[in-house]
Design a protein around this ligand. Structure first.
Ligand SMILES: [Zn+2]
Length: 323
């Protein structure tokens, strides 16, 4: 692309030189027209460079697991999680809305991050902790507390896009690959992931008898992966018609709502402020959907329906009481 720009500039200068040496006015006019075309071409190339090439390219990490492994691990952990955690009824107002926002975002995943057999599905966990998490291969969970904290559909979409990005970039198995070369025994993974979801003492107990600590590879990602998920989420949101700045706003909303105790969704290394800045930076490189999808009556209805339900327990209470 840079070579093209250089050629156009050389042509432009040559044309100007020719114009200088001629007295024929029609020829001058013709060359002025050529100049105009060349200047427009330069502007067009500059615009193309700034809108396409500037989008951050994500380097996908090495992964010794197969796509089928991701799908199998995710399915197995999902079965375990759904046995233990209370979920909001399928096809309820909230569940339907989260599904439809999720599906819209999945359509925005760039083709190079799509994997055959990944089945993205969305469930709402009836707990008040502000959190969301994703399992390899597609199962994605968003806590009721997070939907209640979101101010609009764009903010909910931001969190879902971030979790979808962890799945699409296969961060769980990439992190496990990096941590140890030997493959984990698959039957042990479900409990370990569940233990990591719950956290604290109860989480440790759930994870016992499995490979303690293993779950963190699938749910608590290193700094680089969190940054990658924020960047891909920004791109997915833009492709799905949302203004990606809503994800940045969501970090601030979560921080405000949670007071001093940092919720799990934010507890990973990059500070919320750094993440905010990085998302805005990436969003500025992308084409802004016009008009962007920001909020909807469906989101506000779904959120209101949560207020009519009995208050949600915390994640740890839900596990202790066996829902
Ligand atoms: Zn994350």
């Amino acid at each position: 692309m840079i070579t093209h720009v250089r050629w156009v500039i050389i042509l432009f200068l040559r044309t100007r030189l020719l114009v200088k040496n001629r007295v024929d006015t029609t020829a001058v006019m013709r060359y002025q027209r050529i100049n105009l075309v060349i200047v427009s071409a330069i502007a067009f190339i500059a615009f193309t460079v700034s809108t396409c090439a500037a989008q951050t390219q994500i380097d996908v990490s090495d992964n010794s697991y197969s796509i089928r492994d991701d799908i199998r691990i995710g399915r197995q952990a999902a079965t375990e999680i759904e046995k233990q955690l209370p979920t909001i009824a399928e096809r309820s107002l909230v569940d339907n809305h989260v599904e439809s926002v999720g599906r819209r975002l999945v359509r925005g995943i760039p083709s190079r991050y799509r994997h055959r057999g990944f089945l993205y599905r969305f469930d709402v966990v009836n707990v008040r902790d502000i959190n969301a998490f994703a399992l390899p291969g597609g199962p994605l969970y968003v806590n009721r507390g997070l939907i209640e904290a979101a101010a609009n559909e764009g903010q909910l979409a931001g969190v879902l896009a971030h979790e979808i990005s962890h799945i699409a970039l296969r961060h769980g198995t990439a992190q496990a690959t990096e941590a140890q070369s030997a493959r984990f025994r698959l039957p042990a993974i479900g409990g370990a992931i569940l233990g990591a979801v719950i956290g604290g003492n109860v989480g440790g107990l759930v994870a016992q008898g499995t490979q303690i600590g293993l779950g963190i590879y699938f749910l608590r990602y290193k700094r680089e992966y969190e940054e990658q998920a924020d960047i891909l989420a920004t791109q997915i949101m833009s492709r799905a018609g949302y203004d990606p700045r809503a994800l940045a706003e969501m970090f601030r909303t979560i921080e405000r709502r949670s007071g001093s105790g940092a919720p799990q969704f934010l507890s990973s290394h990059p500070s919320p402020e750094d993440r905010y800045e990085r998302i805005i930076e990436e969003a500025n490189l992308l084409k802004r959907p016009r008009p962007p999808r920001h909020d909807s009556a469906q989101f506000q209805r779904a959120r209101r329906s949560l207020l009519t339900m009995a208050p949600a327990p915390s994640m740890q209470q839900a596990i202790r009481s066996g829902n």
